[in-house]
Write a protein that binds this ligand. Structure first.
Ligand SMILES: Nc1ncnc2c1ncn2[C@@H]1O[C@H](COP(=O)(O)OP(=O)(O)OP(=O)(O)O)[C@@H](O)[C@H]1O
Ligand SMILES: [Mg+2]
Length: 304
């Protein structure tokens, strides 16, 4: 469909666009992007409400949530409550539905049945802008806009002062790699992207979330790419910003979420148990298995 729109745009407008498209055709990724956009255009628009946020607090409730990508259901009736002022962790094997559940809280997709509420208000009742103001999401896919790293952080709070942006960058442990870049924080993400590792790009998204200072924070594998020293520093910064907030964190390395108030064990699209670490170690064999695997992975060494 987009291809046809572009075709007609080229025919009806100046030849300049056509030239640009010719040039763009040299990039194989563009075809992939067009396919993605076409898929999006075929997708029905999200059920967006018009209300402002009216929630009584920032407790989050997932109630019997069913969701599928296309025709395959991947979440089969998940119920989970996240209390304001506490940290809830999602753990589980790859593909068990952790990121999908997190994305549903920011209304990436409409759910098929069930409810997701914040402070008692259904998220489909509020406008996407109102919802976006409540939640900061650091995702597994670290997307940076094609502008400077400074502006990429500023998106979190467009009215922020320069000092606030620099402080957020520092708290997210960005300084160590920003100092390495000739233009520092003014580096264009497109150029920087080539020089930045996945973890460094993720730290820019984390700085954005720190600056945003939203009442609900979702961290999907936020420290997955970090070396232990930076991870420790970042966890300290995180502990500071999560006070009084509702936090949902997804981690493969279970040592990072051992102290979470609640840990929800996901298996094949269901939450099979939810308790703290000690409780789950006693009652949930799946959790114990994940814990043992995580501990042995962290001590694993190539033969000396
Ligand atoms: N965009 C998508 N389109 C179709 N299926 C998807 C999509 N994203 C995820 N899935 C499928 O949904 C299921 C849950 O995926 P999800 O990414 O939520 O798992 P996860 O627990 O976060 O895994 P990981 O630990 O590897 O990040 C998987 O079977 C996955 O293949
Ligand atoms: Mg995931």
């Amino acid at each position: 469909m987009i291809r046809w729109c572009l075709y007609f745009a080229c025919r009806s407008r100046s030849g300049r666009l056509l030239k640009a498209l010719n040039f763009a055709g040299k990039f194989p990724q563009l075809d992939y992007k067009i396919a993605e956009l076409e898929k999006m255009m075929d997708h029905p628009p999200l059920k967006e409400g018009t209300s402002p946020f009216k929630g009584a607090d920032h407790d989050v409730e997932f109630k019997n949530v069913h969701f599928g990508y296309e025709d395959t259901e991947v979440l089969h009736g998940v119920s989970l409550s996240l209390k304001q002022g506490t940290t809830t962790a999602l753990v589980g094997e790859s593909g068990s539905g952790k990121s999908t559940l997190a994305k549903l809280l920011v209304h990436y997709y409409d759910i098929d049945s069930g409810n997701i509420t914040i402070g008692g208000q259904d998220i489909t009742d509020m406008s996407l802008k109102a919802l976006n103001d409540q939640v900061a999401f650091v995702s597994q896919e670290q997307f940076l806009f094609n502008t400077s790293l400074y502006e990429n952080i500023l998106i979190g709070k467009p009215a922020a002062t320069k000092e606030e942006v620099l402080t957020a960058a520092e708290r997210a442990q960005c300084n160590e790699f920003l100092e390495r870049l000739p233009d520092g924080i003014k580096t264009q993400a497109a150029d920087g992207g080539k020089q930045l590792s996945g973890g460094e790009r993720q730290r820019i998204s984390l700085a954005r979330a720190i600056l945003k200072n939203a009442p609900i924070i979702v961290l999907d594998e936020a420290t997955a790419f970090m070396d232990p020293e930076n991870e420790e520093k970042m966890n300290a910064a995180l502990n500071e910003i999560v006070k009084d907030k509702t936090v949902l964190v997804i981690a493969h390395r279970l040592s990072t979420i051992k102290n979470a108030d609640k840990i929800c064990v996901m298996k094949e699209g269901q939450c099979i148990a939810a308790d703290n670490h000690d409780g789950l170690m006693k009652t949930c064999p799946e959790y114990k298995k994940l814990w043992d695997a995580s501990v042995s992975a962290s001590t694993w060494k190539v033969r000396e």
